[in-house]
Every structure is written in structure tokens, then in C-alpha cells.
Design a protein around this ligand. Structure first.
Ligand SMILES: NC(=O)c1ccc[n+]([C@@H]2O[C@H](COP(=O)([O-])OP(=O)(O)OC[C@H]3O[C@@H](n4cnc5c(N)ncnc54)[C@H](OP(=O)(O)O)[C@@H]3O)[C@@H](O)[C@H]2O)c1
Length: 320
């Protein structure tokens, strides 16, 4: 396993990591979650991602229990969570906000569900146009000073918002955010490759990217329709079905098949390995609903060296 610095920070994270969106509680139970985390850990994964909003808080509970059951020392893994959406319904100050009051309650709630004293990285899950960035940066910095998080980051913030946060923190001597968490995969490249180019250059801002397989579309398994046991067949995720059965996207994905066959890897591994190659990427957060997927996805470390600049260009030309 390769360990990269999280942005400009000194924290080292595995280039392939594991997250629990959709899967924990919705698709897999506590035992399967322990097995998936264990399989990722066996493969050298040290970075585990969660969010307050996943499964209405249950995902954090399951992950926290899993770490206790595995008995891993706290120093051996990097645990992250994200806050913004809230889980208490339509209550003022507790939904879709990054105001100080919400952030202080949200971190305490997450730590309680996780059964941990601190998270390694706390992300603002989205930007909040209704709270001054200065208020958010101060609160995130105070959370770090209180020992409840070691670092903080952003998720799907614009480059301008990130730049403002870094400059405000610099001006006041507060803790700066160190990483983004944005969608990045062969079908969704613009934000990472274009919008963040300057903040990568100027600040060495990192990125722990999400949905590297576009929710499974890049595995090629949606070619013949939506498989029964897949995310695409879940009730409550109908909004994803259009994307997962988009004929044009499926045709583009199919153009990767011969490249994967030639490199003797799966299509999932090809797309994951490609995603590790962007210089902003500190870690590629994988998701899985089966241990076999975890094993296959983490075996991608053996495929990464095959993605030379030439092969990368070939992949990008093929997908279009
Ligand atoms: N910051 C944010 O806003 C945000 C948003 C989304 C996600 N995330 C983070 O990023 C993580 C990963 O996102 P994601 O789950 O969307 O990642 P993804 O890699 O795009 O999709 C994962 C899904 O693809 C399928 N899959 C994975 N490996 C496979 C394989 N080898 N063969 C066949 N199918 C495979 C599985 O679904 P099936 O059940 O269909 O098999 C799996 O759950 C999340 O867990 C979360 O931590 C963050």
C-alpha cells in the first residue's frame, strides 16, 4: 500500500481508502461491516470515511462498534466524518448549516455515535451560503483546539470558498482546512482537474475523492441492465437509476473493457488505479457492499504501476 500526505499536512493516508455511504445499515449489517473493514485493513487501508448523515447516524454507530470489535489501537487508523445536513429533521440551526451552534452539537453527536474521543479529520460536508465563512472557520479551528478533531476539510466547496477559508484562517492564526472531498471518476472530472488546479498549486490542498466508480457504473456491471443485488436496485435510490442505466455512459464505459483486459485487471481496478494518478488526490475512497469487492478493489495497488502516462491518456481518450 502506498501512503500519501493528506494535502500539505503531515498526515499519511492510504491511497485507497474505505467509506460507508449507502452500504452500512442499508445494504450490510454489523457483521458484514466488520468483515469489510477488516478486509480493507488487511490490505493496508488506514483511512476510513463516514458522515453524520449516512443512514441517519447509524453508519457512524456501526463503524465505531466495528473498530471496537476489531480491537485496533486508535493510533493505527485515520477516522473521518462529515457534518452539514443534520439528522434532527427540520429544526432551526440543525439542518443544512455550518453555523457555530450546529457545528459544536454536530461534532459531539458524531463522537458519541462513533464512541471515539476524536476524529482525525472533520469535513464540512457542503458549503453553507448562509453562514459567514469566518464563523465556520473559527468554529472548525476551535473544534481542533478542543481536541475533538485533528484536522479539518471541505467537501464540494468551490475553489473560491476554499481559498477564502484558508486566507481567513491564515489571517487569524486559526487551523486551516487541509483537504477537499469531491466526486472524481472517469465520468466526472471537471472540478478536480480544472476548478481546483490553482488551489492545488498554491496551497498543496489535498483531495480524498468519492464515488471513484460512479456508484458502480464504471465496473461495467450495468451493461445488461440493473443487477438485482446492486445499489441501482435499492429502493430510496431511484434518483441514481437514470444515471446507472444511461446508455451513452454505458457505451463510454464499455470502451474501457479492452484496456482492462489487456492489462489483466477488472474494470473496477482500472478506474480506481486511474483515479490515484491525479496529483491532487491523497486518497481514493472506495465503497463496497461485499467483502469480495473490498478484496478486489484493494488489489488495485498492483495495477497502479501499469497506469503509465501513456496508458492514462489512452484511458481518457477511450472514455471521451
Ligand atoms: N463527500 C461526499 O459528498 C460523498 C458522497 C458520496 C460518497 N462519499 C464517500 O466516498 C465513498 C465511496 O463512494 P461510493 O460508494 O459512491 O463509491 P463507488 O466506488 O463509486 O461505488 C461503490 C459501489 O460500487 C459497487 N462496487 C464497488 N466495487 C465493486 C467491484 N469491485 N465490483 C462490482 N461492483 C463494485 C458497490 O455497489 P453494489 O452494491 O451495487 O455492488 C459499491 O458499494 C463513500 O462510502 C463515502 O465515504 C462522499
Amino acid at each position: 500500500m502506498e501512503y500519501r500526505r493528506l494535502g500539505n499536512s503531515g498526515l499519511r493516508v492510504s491511497v485507497l481508502s474505505f467509506g460507508s455511504w449507502v452500504t452500512f445499515d442499508t445494504q450490510i449489517d454489523d457483521n458484514a461491516a466488520v468483515e469489510c473493514i477488516a478486509a480493507a485493513g488487511d490490505a493496508g487501508c488506514n483511512f476510513f470515511d463516514n458522515a453524520e448523515a449516512y443512514a441517519g447516524g447509524k453508519s457512524e454507530e456501526i463503524m465505531g462498534r466495528a473498530f471496537r470489535e476489531l480491537g485496533w489501537p486508535r493510533w493505527s487508523y485515520v477516522l473521518t466524518t462529515k457534518v452539514f445536513w443534520g439528522i434532527h429533521g427540520e429544526v432551526p440551526n440543525m439542518r443544512n448549516t455550518l453555523n457555530r451552534k450546529y457545528l459544536m452539537h454536530a461534532i459531539d453527536g458524531s463522537l458519541e455515535r462513533l464512541g471515539h474521543d476524536f476524529v482525525d479529520v472533520l469535513y464540512c460536508h457542503r458549503a453553507d451560503p448562509n453562514t459567514p465563512i469566518e464563523e465556520t472557520v473559527r468554529a472548525m479551528s476551535d473544534i481542533i483546539d478542543a481536541g475533538k478533531a485533528l484536522y479539518w476539510g471541505t467537501s464540494e466547496w468551490s475553489a473560491d470558498e476554499i481559498r477564502a477559508a484558508i486566507e481567513i484562517a491564515d489571517k487569524h492564526g486559526w487551523h486551516k482546512p487541509v483537504t477537499e472531498q469531491s466526486q472524481y471518476n472517469l465520468l466526472e472530472r471537471k472540478a478536480v482537474e480544472r476548478s481546483y488546479a490553482r488551489i492545488t498549486e498554491d496551497y498543496g490542498y489535498g483531495n480524498t475523492i468519492w464515488s471513484p466508480l460512479a456508484s458502480g457504473l464504471l465496473t461495467g456491471k450495468y451493461r445488461d441492465g440493473i443487477p438485482e443485488d446492486s445499489r441501482g436496485a435499492l429502493s430510496g435510490y431511484e434518483w441514481l437509476q437514470g444515471r446507472l442505466s444511461d446508455k451513452e455512459a454505458i457505451e463510454r464505459v464499455e470502451r474501457l473493457r479492452p484496456i482492462a483486459e489487456r492489462l489483466d485487471c477488472s474494470m473496477a481496478q482500472l478506474s480506481l488505479a486511474w483515479a490515484t494518478k491525479h496529483k491532487m488526490v491523497s486518497s481514493v475512497i472506495t465503497g463496497a457492499s461485499k467483502v469480495s469487492q473490498v478484496v478486489q478493489n484493494f488489489e488495485t495497488v498492483d495495477v497502479i504501476p501499469a497506469i503509465t502516462d501513456e496508458v492514462r491518456e489512452e484511458i481518457e481518450a477511450a472514455i471521451g
